[in-house]
Design a protein around this ligand. Sequence first.
Ligand code: DGI
Ligand code: FE
Ligand code: FE
Length: 202
Amino acid sequence: MHKSSNLRKIRKSMEKTLDPKRFEHTLGVAYTAAALAMRYGEDMIKAETAGMLHDCAKCMSNEKKIAICEKHNININDIEHQNPFLLHAKVGSYLAMQKYDVHDSDIINAILNHTTGRPNMSMLEKIIFIADYIEPGRKQAPNLSEIRRLAFEDLDEALFRILGDTLVYLDSVEGDIDPMTQKTYDFYKEYIENKRREKTDE
Ligand code: DGI
Ligand code: FE
Ligand code: FE
């Protein structure tokens, strides 16, 4: 199947399975991801596909997400047990393969890691992680206009700002921190420090 014809089908499925607000957000992420792909020379169709599918499991009950994980041997950690909404990324990546016929591992990883991130993300994974945070429909986060600008100037700086602001937010609401969220922050803290140092040494 041609990549872009699958994309049209996926868009229709998302319109049916997501609630209207989540569908609006999804379109925002898909188009923002495509714009970032233009900026950074990444495959636009891949970016749009990953954006279109990233929250495909978001409007499913917690019971159903847990049932899918148990049925298909997808590991659920303690934090995910306590905060089952986190599972929408793992379940979403599974559905992307099984239900939406997407087999590109970079797209699957971008869906899988879109909530917590992971150390050493690919360009596409960073694009989806960032697009999710900055898409035009997002309103609550602090520093949004600065991060939106930064996203088109330096992807890693934008990523690091989002990771830091997310930890501050989770601390303020006393949310449990997934070990992967912390690992991702620690990795990019060191990564950014090295990158900034290299820049000033030039
Ligand atoms: O699905 P979306 O709302 O579009 O976005 P998302 O999948 O990035 O989820 C965003 C929420 O996830 C946001 O409120 C921060 C939260 N989050 C990210 N990492 C963690 C986390 N929540 C908990 N409890 N623990 C984490 O490690
Ligand atoms: Fe999400
Ligand atoms: Fe999202």
